[in-house]
Design a protein around this ligand. Structure first.
Ligand SMILES: NC(=O)C1=CN([C@@H]2O[C@H](COP(=O)(O)OP(=O)(O)OC[C@H]3O[C@@H](n4cnc5c(N)ncnc54)[C@H](OP(=O)(O)O)[C@@H]3O)[C@@H](O)[C@H]2O)[C@@H](O)CC1
Ligand SMILES: Nc1ncnc2c1ncn2[C@@H]1O[C@H](COP(=O)(O)OP(=O)(O)O)[C@@H](O)[C@H]1O
Ligand SMILES: [K+]
Length: 510
């Protein structure tokens, strides 16, 4: 469930499936599945009996994505819907199935036009300009059409992938490229990573999958999945009555250089609200003596912190002082689980010595870079990281044998063994200062409670986003959502997950 496949993997499956089928079968199935969804969408937007139904605009490009669109147009026309087609004909000869689809569309009641009729109000636009075959920026007449469609207010159904979007990466294809902004995408044979990360979420809208009857066995075992509780829910275990605070681990958040006390406090609150037994704030410079809002937190001097048996979350507001570097080196040399965020990642990026220590450590390392921090770790620009987020996260995970959470819309979770996930929860309400500190504290808390690195990384990212989604559903965002509201919302998500598990507790170890 939730498997994501690269364009190369889809192409292979498509060829293998086509070899067993009459010519054009896959395109016809794509056209039928998309027409069914289009009819549902048109039904949802249809006016009253006194208002005539609006027409559907179908955009058909020069390749096989255009062939899919022509099949959709023929099916919609056959269903009695008023359809207008803009067809960008190919200079090269079309594939036989695409030529067949064009003949079918011409034989029906759909009308063909050279340009989008101005002032027409559409029930739906079907985007079949380009699919997974696009390899360069959309230019010329096709670009004008995309600009016009993106200015419309009606729903837009993209076929396979919004035209102009890279289905592997979620980036817009080509320099100065453009891509359709769809409200819905129906994607064929297998779901694709680019629909769920970077700009992909904004361009694809709601994603539906049509397998086109292609057998599972023709697709490889997926190494990338959409993050979902089914991947980690077995890690949620009800607490035993005989447990005590020592059963749930100690977390120390190391950070809070002068003037930056807030960041480690947010991380520490998240650790507390997600169930860590004892939570410390270990300040690099002298910080507050206690947190009046959260007096359960214990404050220590980072230089004298004993780290044995304690999960360290290093980085929030840590700064780059010599003291910070010394303390980070000590944490890297320890064997306890370690979360590296923010300044700790920047210090590693700037120091070959810390890089060697990180790569050599035997305990779990979980890194939570945002794109710029990831870029510094890899010695590239943030644009390069964003251009292929999956590859960047996997590269860092492999280099440091670490669990990596590459943050931002469609957060990537990459495991040291190459497995990866893309997170579907969360919203732009999270785009405010401090929400990353909360995520780091949550990661540390799950590790301190004995969770394996993989499950901790997947669950932390999913719950962090889910908490933000619930807050937005309650009206607390996205505008004005604050990081400080997240820990309590994460607590309720977490307890709900535990409630849904079979009622067998884990007896405490000590
Ligand atoms: N095969 C199958 O079994 C099935 C395939 N299916 C469907 O096929 C889709 C893939 O089709 P595809 O490979 O024909 O590529 P497509 O995405 O239509 O675009 C390539 C065309 O665009 C052209 N072109 C490229 N860039 C351009 C530009 N900037 N401006 C203008 N033109 C440009 C390019 O020409 P070229 O770059 O070579 O000059 C070529 O003509 C896939 O997404 C799915 O929807 C389904 O029916 C399921 C079964
Ligand atoms: N537009 C967005 N959609 C979903 N999640 C987002 C979005 N913007 C930011 N986030 C999430 O918010 C958090 C921000 O973390 P970070 O950039 O480290 O901020 P800070 O350091 O201020 O806490 C990450 O978990 C990130 O994935
Ligand atoms: K398309």
């Amino acid at each position: 469930m939730g498997a994501l496949f690269s364009v190369a993997e889809i192409r292979q499956a498509e060829q293998a499936a086509a070899a067993f089928l009459p010519q054009g079968s896959l395109m016809q199935r794509a056209g039928q599945a998309a027409a069914r969804l289009a009819i549902e969408l048109v039904g949802a937007t249809a006016g009253s009996a006194s208002v005539p139904p609006r027409p559907v605009l179908v955009l058909a490009g020069p390749g096989n994505n255009g062939g899919d669109a022509l099949e959709v147009a023929a099916n919609l026309a056959q269903a009695g819907i008023d359809v207008s087609i803009i067809h960008i004909a190919s200079a090269a000869p079309s594939a036989p199935e695409t030529a067949q689809a064009l003949a079918r569309a011409r034989a029906g009641t759909a009308s063909f036009a050279d340009a989008i009729p101005p002032d027409e109000k559409w029930a739906l636009v079907v985007d079949g300009l380009f699919g997974i075959g696009l390899a360069r920026s959309i230019v010329g007449a096709a670009r004008t059409i995309v600009e016009e469609v993106n200015a419309m207010e009606c729903p837009v159904l993209a076929l396979d992938v919004p035209s102009g979007l890279d289905a592997d990466t979620g980036a817009v294809i080509g320099p100065d490229g453009i891509a359709v902004v769809a409200s819905h995408t129906i994607t064929f044979i297998g779901d694709k990573p680019g629909l769920h990360t970077f700009t992909g979420r904004d361009h694809a809208g709601q994603v539906a999958l049509a397998r086109l009857g292609v057998d599972d066995a023709l697709l490889p075992a997926a190494s990338v999945h959409l993050n979902d509780p089914s991947l980690f829910e077995f890690a949620f275990v009800p607490r035993a009555h005989s447990s005590h605070k020592g059963s749930f681990g100690d977390v120390a958040v190391v950070g809070g250089a002068h003037g930056m006390s807030g960041a480690p406090i947010l991380a520490a609150r998240a650790a507390l609200y997600s169930g860590a037994g004892r939570v410390f704030v270990a300040a690099i410079d002298q910080g507050p003596a206690y947190d009046p809002v959260q007096p359960e937190l214990m404050f220590r001097d980072a230089a004298s912190l004993g780290t044995a048996g304690t999960t360290i979350v290093a980085g929030p507001g840590m700064g780059d002082s010599a003291n910070a570097i010394r303390i980070l080196a000590k944490a890297l040399d320890g064997e306890e689980p370690l979360v590296l965020d923010a300044d700790a990642l920047n210090l590693v990026a700037a120091s070959p010595d810390l890089q060697v220590r990180l790569a050599a450590r035997s305990g779990i390392a979980l890194l939570t870079p945002h794109p710029l921090e990831a870029a510094r770790l890899l010695g590239v620009t943030a644009a390069v990281v964003q251009g292929d987020r999956l590859a960047a996260a996997r590269e860092i995970a492999a280099r440091y044998d670490a669990y990596v959470i590459l943050k931002g819309s469609g957060t990537i979770i990459a495991m040291p063994d190459g497995e990866a996930a893309i997170n579907p929860t969360g919203n732009p309400g999270l785009a405010s200062a401090g929400t990353g500190d909360v995520l780091a504290g949550l990661c540390g808390s799950l590790l301190a409670q004995g969770w394996p690195g993989r499950d901790a990384a997947l669950a932390a990212v999913w719950m962090h986003g889910e908490a933000a989604d619930r807050l937005v559903a309650q009206g607390a965002g996205p505008i004005g959502l604050t990081a400080g509201e997240l820990p309590a919302a994460i607590r309720s998500v977490l307890n709900r997950m535990v409630e849904q598990r079979p009622r067998r507790c884990a007896l405490p170890q000590s």
